[in-house]
Design a protein around this ligand. Structure first.
Ligand SMILES: Nc1ncnc2c1ncn2[C@@H]1O[C@H](COP(=O)(O)OP(=O)(O)OP(=O)(O)O)[C@@H](O)[C@H]1O
Ligand SMILES: CCCC(=O)O
Length: 360
C-alpha cells in the first residue's frame, strides 16, 4: 500500500524574524527566514498587533516561492505563552486562541504561531496545530519550590528545540528518548538548560523571566536585593525594568549587541571587556549544567549543546573545559524547530499520536 503524503506549512515567529518552511512528509520543499527590521516591528503596539503584517508576509513569501497553499494538509505553528501543559502536538482551539491573544503567561513572539497557523488553515479547511510550546511543563514537584512561598518556579524554555534535539540524538544512537538521562542546553537569544529524564523535562531554568545563566538578550538570575532596590528607585516603570532584564539584558546590556559573532570579532581585535563578558556567559552556562548534573545524581548519558551559540567554537570550548568531567558532550549547533513542527503535525495526521486537547 502506498504511504500517505502530507504537505505541512510550519511557522516559527521570533522577535525579529518569521521562519517558515513547507515539508512534504520529511522532505523540506522550501524554507525561508523573513527578517523584520526594528522600524517595521516598532510600528506595532503589541506582539498580537503584528498578526496581519506577519500573515501577509508569509503568504507573499509562499507565493514568491511558487507554493500552492491549496495543496497543504495542515499548518503548524510554534506555540507561545499559554497555560502550563505537557509536551506534544495540540490542535488549535478557541481557548488556545483566546489565551494566545491575551498572552496568558506573558508576551512572546511565539504567541503568534498558533494564531497564524489557525487563520491560514481555517481559510483552507485544514487542521492547525502547535507543538511543544515554550510553556511545556513536566517539572518534578521538587523543582517547583523556589525558596520563597509566594513564588513558584515555572517551566518556560525552548521546549520545541530541546525535545527535537534530544529525540534526534536518541535516534542517532539507537535508543529511545524515554530511556535517556540528558542535559540539553539551548543557547540562542535566551539560554535554557533542561534535565531530560524518562521522556520528561523534570527541571529547567525559566529562560524568559529571570532564572539561570545570562544570555545574549536575557539577564538570567540577578542578585535579588539589588533588583528590588532598582525597582523601587523611582527611576523606572515596570515595563522598562522588564525590558532591561528580558530583551535588553545579558550581552546587550554589557556590550550593546546580542550578536555573538560580532562579540567574537571584538575579542579577536583585543577587546578585553568583550572577552570577560563572553567568558562570563560561558561560565554561567557551565555552572547551570553543573547544577543540572546533580538532578540526575551524576548519571548522565550525554550533555547536548545546541542553538546558535553552539556554532561558536571558543564559546563551546569555554563551557566544555568546565564540565567535561560530567559526561559526554555532544554539540548540535543551530535549531531543528521547523522540522520538529512538521514532524509533530505528521505524527497526528498519520495516526501515530492523537492531537492533545488544550489545556488538558
Ligand atoms: N557561527 C556563529 N558563531 C557564534 N555565534 C553564533 C554563530 N551563529 C549564530 N550565533 C549566535 O547565536 C545567537 C542566536 O542564536 P539563535 O538563532 O538560536 O537564537 P534565536 O532563535 O534568535 O533565539 P532563541 O533561540 O532564544 O529562540 C546570536 O547571538 C548569534 O550571534
Ligand atoms: C523560549 C523561552 C525562553 C526565551 O525566550 O529565552
Amino acid at each position: 500500500m502506498q504511504e500517505a503524503s502530507y504537505r505541512i506549512l510550519v511557522i516559527n515567529p521570533g522577535s525579529t524574524s518569521t521562519k517558515i518552511g513547507v515539508f512534504e512528509n520529511e522532505v523540506l520543499l522550501m524554507e525561508k527566514t523573513i527578517r523584520h527590521s526594528a522600524e517595521e516591528i516598532g510600528k506595532f503596539g503589541s506582539i498580537i498587533d503584528q498578526y496581519e503584517f506577519r500573515k501577509e508576509t508569509i503568504l507573499e513569501a509562499l507565493d514568491e516561492e511558487g507554493i500552492n497553499i491549496s495543496k497543504l494538509s495542515a499548518v503548524c505553528g510554534r506555540g507561545g505563552l499559554l497555560r502550563p501543559i505537557e509536551g506534544g502536538t495540540y490542535a488549535v482551539n478557541d481557548m488556545m486562541l483566546e489565551d494566545l491573544r491575551k498572552g496568558f503567561s506573558g508576551q512572546h513572539a511565539s504567541n503568534l504561531g498558533g494564531i497564524l497557523a489557525f487563520e491560514i488553515a481555517s481559510g483552507l479547511n485544514i487542521p492547525s496545530y502547535i507543538v511543544d510550546p515554550v510553556v511545556v511543563d513536566e517539572l518534578d514537584p521538587i523543582a517547583r519550590v523556589s525558596g520563597f512561598s509566594l513564588i513558584e518556579r515555572k517551566s518556560i524554555f525552548h521546549a520545541l528545540n530541546q525535545k527535537a534535539v534530544a529525540k534526534r540524538y536518541a535516534k542517532k544512537i539507537g535508543k529511545s528518548y524515554k530511556d535517556l538521562r540528558l542535559i540539553v542546553t539551548h543557547m540562542g537569544g535566551g539560554i535554557t538548560v533542561g534535565v531530560h529524564q524518562g521522556g520528561r523535562v523534570i527541571d529547567v531554568n525559566n529562560g524568559l523571566h529571570g532564572d539561570g545563566p545570562f544570555s545574549p538578550e536575557r539577564a538570567g538570575s540577578v542578585p535579588i536585593g539589588d533588583l528590588v532596590d532598582l525597582c523601587f528607585s523611582g527611576e523606572y516603570y515596570r515595563h522598562e525594568i522588564m525590558k532591561k532584564l528580558v530583551g535588553q539584558g545579558g550581552l546587550i546590556s554589557y556590550l550593546g549587541t546580542s550578536d555573538a559573532v560580532a562579540v567574537e570579532k571584538r575579542i579577536a581585535k583585543g577587546d578585553k571587556e568583550a572577552a570577560l563578558i563572553y567568558d562570563a556567559m560561558a561560565y554561567q552556562v557551565a555552572k547551570e549544567i553543573g547544577a543540572a548534573s546533580t538532578v540526575l545524581e551524576g548519571q548522565i548519558d550525554a550533555i547536548l549543546l545546541t542553538g546558535g551559540l553552539a556554532y561558536g567554537k571558543d564559546f563551546v570550548e569555554s563551557i566544555s573545559k568546565r564540565i567535561h568531567y560530567l559526561g559526554e558532550i555532544v554539540v548540535i549547533p543551530g535549531e531543528n524547530e521547523l522540522q520538529a513542527l512538521s514532524e509533530g503535525a505528521i505524527r497526528v495526521l498519520n495516526g501515530e499520536e492523537n492531537a492533545k486537547v488544550y489545556p488538558n
